[in-house]
Design a protein around this ligand. Structure first.
Ligand SMILES: [Zn+2]
Length: 422
């Protein structure tokens, strides 16, 4: 990735915050000095939060300068800092806000779209952006975000102003111009949850859901492909943010015959463990299912996107028929998955549930979401991070997928049942 031309630092862009004027000369001259250097990818290597009496400061050490664009966003209150591509090599265990920060609740960072990275700061109270800029540092540069308290009214006005600008800068969905090459085999779309700036759940020792489910999904694709009868497609093949609707769109674009989303959860308290298989439903099967769906559906918000539920729908009778059939197939696959996972020996005691997950709203692609287990459970965590367990569980999941398609093929080939005698 090449760096954007440095003259962009001189044009301060959208950063109209009070501190922007301070960015002035120092940053420009620094930029000019760097422009002579060969362009190397910028890495983020450390981050910390410093609290002062009247403001809070997030500092991220970088190997080179980048131009940030910062916005405040409401519902929930956040600050979003957009950057060109930055490789985040920060130990996630060292990225918590210090206890007692009245403004800054937590923050996360990662890739947002190809060539773009993002820092998302969750606010504990209304804040305004004092500074958002990179300044020279001994071994490279430092990204500095300074926030000060402000009134609710001022915050909401600033958030409304930045909403339109952010909507314009949202990554355009991948061009549908390149339709997936037609496959003579049924296509299974495997969807590793989260990615990039959206890290999903985290474990006690900094384990990240986005990485655990990605490893599992990759193992699963290999197992499915090895069977030779099916084609497996990943919704994301790297650590990048992907909006929920985009995942559904990829299933459609590939004419998927099955969509399987892979996740892992965490619980603040209680000892819950084991895998759970979810199908989509407007009414949740239980309170826990509703909680998990609500949490997973916040993935877009975690990355700073407005959550929208504009999954394509066709408002006629065919839609209703297709949806009913799709639900029946989803339920069939869910049962196959639970049957095989029983053999893997790590199922939740109530493994078949349903709730309103955004990624399960396809009306014509049988869709199931598999929560591999709980990062909050020591037993599950040991399983989820074990390559041997992953291999076995991915193998069982691939068997369930094979069994589902074998049953569908048998149904399709079976001669129509003779009419039953009355
Ligand atoms: Zn998840």
């Amino acid at each position: 990735m090449t760096q954007p031309p440095f003259r962009r630092i001189a044009t301060r862009g959208a950063l109209a915050a009070a501190g922007a004027a301070v960015a002035g000369l120092g940053v420009v001259s620094f930029g000019l000095a760097l422009a002579a250097e060969p362009a190397a990818p910028v890495s983020a290597i450390a981050s910390r939060v410093e609290t002062a009496a009247d403001h809070v400061r997030l500092a991220i050490d970088l190997t080179g300068a980048v131009k940030p664009t910062a916005h405040v966003v409401a519902n929930p209150a956040r600050v979003i800092v957009d950057l060109p591509e930055v490789a985040f090599r920060i130990d996630s265990r060292n990225s918590r806000a210090p206890a007692g920060s009245k403004l800054l609740k937590s923050y996360r960072y990662g890739q947002f779209a190809p060539g773009r990275s993002r820092v998302v700061i969750d606010l504990a109270a209304p804040a305004r952006i004092l500074r958002a800029e990179t300044e020279p540092a001994r071994d490279g540069a430092r990204l500095v975000i300074e926030l000060a308290p402000t009134s609710e009214a001022h915050f909401n006005a600033a958030a409304a102003e930045s909403a339109a600008e952010l909507a314009r800068s949202e990554p355009a969905p991948a061009a549908p111009a390149q339709p997936a090459p037609a496959s003579d085999k049924p296509v299974v779309v495997i969807d590793p949850g989260h990615g990039g700036v959206d890290m999903g759940a985290t474990g006690k020792h900094g384990e990240q859901e986005k990485a655990i489910v990605f490893e599992f999904a990759r193992a699963l694709v290999a197992k499915v492909e090895a069977g030779g009868r099916l084609k497996a497609v990943l919704t994301r093949s790297e650590d990048v943010f992907l909006p929920l609707n985009e995942r559904v769109r990829i299933a459609h674009q590939n004419n998927a015959a099955l969509f399987l989303s892979i996740h892992a959860d965490t619980l603040a308290e209680g000892h819950v463990e084991g895998a759970t298989v979810y199908t989509g439903s407007t009414k949740a099967s239980d309170a826990e299912a509703a909680r998990i769906a609500e949490k997973e559906n916040l993935a877009d918000a975690a990355a700073g996107l407005d959550s929208r539920e504009d999954v394509e729908r066709v408002g006629d009778i065919l839609f209703g028929l297709a949806q009913r059939e799709t639900r029946a197939f989803s339920a069939q696959f869910s049962q196959a998955l639970i049957a095989r996972w029983k053999e893997a020996g790590s199922l939740n005691k109530n493994p078949a549930r349903s709730a309103g997950f955004v990624v399960l709203k396809s009306y014509d692609v049988p869709s199931v979401l598999l929560e591999l287990g709980y990062l909050s459970s020591e037993k599950d965590l040991a399983r989820l991070t074990s390559p041997e367990w992953r291999d076995r569980a991915a193998g069982k999941t691939a068997e369930a997928i094979e069994a589902f398609f074998a049953a569908r093929l048998r149904e399709a080939r079976a001669p129509a049942a003779p009419p039953r005698p009355q």
